[in-house]
Design a binder for this molecule. Structure first.
Ligand code: 5SP
Length: 223
């Protein structure tokens, strides 16, 4: 399984966005995690296309776009045009999820589905074969810097078992309260893509923290 580190741009300094993007470019991080929030699905508003395009202008790594919005279908092509490599929509807002996943693929992106902490993994069984990634939220979406919800580990284990049977290439991403303190548990439980906001941008040296996360990852993979 691939192990990737995706710093969450939501925790960057927006007054120095170019600087923070260049820091991630030069670091050992694998992806940029881009959180789009609409103030309806989640109780917060982050940013939309202009900021996304500004990120794309300087980013040299794939943009992993997490849409925390209602009606994502109407914006998929625009997010693809704005430079998304992966587009993740929430299970909780998609009435015709299979159609949404098809639209993401038709736009030339990898397709992910995110589930909130209260949403059972088992609900993804029939869509799993069509997905490139599942994002397991380990906090209630909307804000960076929240406390990791421990039951996420059980959900990751259940998802990994399902993926082994149905779609062994599935990427399993975890997002919310992720850091050096729980990385080993998350890897053991089956996660392969680690989103971190506060742990990286709140560190004295974000670049060193990314290296630490990457190195711990490599050590645990080889042990
Ligand atoms: O999607 C979200 C929040 O809704 C996340 O991507 C956060 O931005 C992660 O931040 P930390 O919990 O790592 O600070």
């Amino acid at each position: 399984m691939k192990h990737l580190i995706a710093p969450s741009v939501l925790s960057a300094d927006f007054a120095n966005l170019k600087r923070d993007i260049e820091m991630i470019n030069a670091s050992e991080a694998d992806w940029f995690h881009v959180d789009v929030m609409d103030g309806v699905f989640v109780p917060n508003i982050s940013f939309g296309f202009p900021v996304m395009e500004a990120i794309k202008k300087y980013a040299t790594k794939p943009l992993d776009v997490h849409l925390m919005i209602v009606n994502p279908d109407q914006y998929i092509e625009r997010f693809a045009e704005a430079g998304a490599s992966v587009i993740t929509v929430h299970y909780e807002v998609c009435t015709h999820l299979h159609r949404t996943v098809q639209a993401i693929h038709a736009a030339g992106c990898k397709a992910g589905v995110a589930i909130n902490p209260h949403t059972p993994v088992s609900l993804l069984k029939d869509i799993l074969v069509d997905l490139d990634m599942v994002l397991v939220m380990s906090v209630n979406p909307g804000f960076g810097g929240q406390k990791f919800i421990p039951n996420t580990l059980n959900k990751l284990r259940e998802l990994r078992a399902m993926a082994l049977a149905i779609n062994p290439n599935l990427l399993i991403e975890v997002d919310g309260g992720v850091g050096i303190q729980n990385l080993a548990d998350l890897i053991e439980a089956g996660a392969g893509v680690f989103v971190a906001g506060n742990a990286i941008f709140g560190a004295a040296s974000p670049t060193a923290m990314i290296s630490e996360l990457k190195q711990l990852n490599a050590q645990l993979k080889s042990s």
